[in-house]
Design a protein around this ligand. Sequence first.
Ligand SMILES: [Mn+2]
Length: 390
Amino acid sequence: MSSEFDALLGDVGVERFLSEYWQRKPLLIRQAIPDYSSPVEPDELAGLSLEEEVESRIIIKNGSHPWELRRGPFSDEDYKQLPEQDWTLLVQAVDQFVPEVAELLQRFRFLPSWRVDDVMISYATPGGGVGPHFDNYDVFLLQVEGKRRWRVGQHCTSESALQDNPDLRILREFECQDEWVLEPGDMLYIPPGIAHDGIAETDCLTYSIGFRAPSHQEVLVHFTDYLAHQLSEDVRYSDAGLKQPQDPAAIDPESIDRLQQSILELVQNKEALATWFGRHMTEAKYPELAQNYIDDDADLLAGLNAGYGLIHNPCVRLAYRVTESSEIELFASGEHCRVPGELKALVQLICNQSYLSPEALEQWQQDAGAIELLEQLLDKGYLLLERDDE
Ligand SMILES: [Mn+2]
């Protein structure tokens, strides 16, 4: 089966990428996106790192100590004091600040969009890098400007020995298994747990398209917390029919069985699990930022009539699911709402299209439920009125 996304993956294509490489092994794709021109120039990236709400770091290979980490926001003065080379600037979640960068994510829609974490952009001077390390997330490293040498190494776990560095998780050992020099347009996929090390050969700009996966620890803690909030205080441990214990001080296996039975019944609630998961996976990275976009005067119908469409708030993640009773649960920024199954096509449009034109929405304008849903999303600032040409 061919897919519109095949070109991004070179000769491998989507189907083979998913069966052989995704979460399994690295893949180098030469000219994955030829002629990609960065919507953000290095000086604009540095400009972003001066902003309070932007998460940025500078790593200097031989600073006050090896691999010195400095955290933003930075000042012009900070930049003046940097050495000639051997340093890198990393700016997190640029997709949330620059919609043209978010556009890049459209090319990765052969993967669940709720798995996307962010697009981090790094600028490096020759010799710059963050040291050999591994991540728990899948990442696609797109070389956008200049050249960077990437080496990939062994499989790592939380047991892997790290260097004695207060700030960065740099591996003590690196067993190089492959290495390539990436040029503009080339892309390298690295699965979780694979050691990698990228060193700039020239001034260079690299985009990291990162995917997130919750740890089991996170799932257990947050799902049970969500479940617990829905339970009333009067459902509790019960031992009606208790036999007189042989030793009143002993916790007997039957008591543990009762307890385990009630826990299993609680966590087996698949609908609650699905709702929690949708909320969790759409939680905003920077919830405060999303608020900045709210326009209290926005009027949906007037906007549509005036030729405005709707775009996603760049800080908001959206997803949906079909419930057991065939209703639709729409998730946005860690919240959810339920709408009738008839609105499925609208919800799909909302979640998948980065721009909803007035024409695309025309058929929904007579549907009170549809209008109510869109107005709700507009009021919350999850969708924004915008003209196509803006
Ligand atoms: Mn990495």
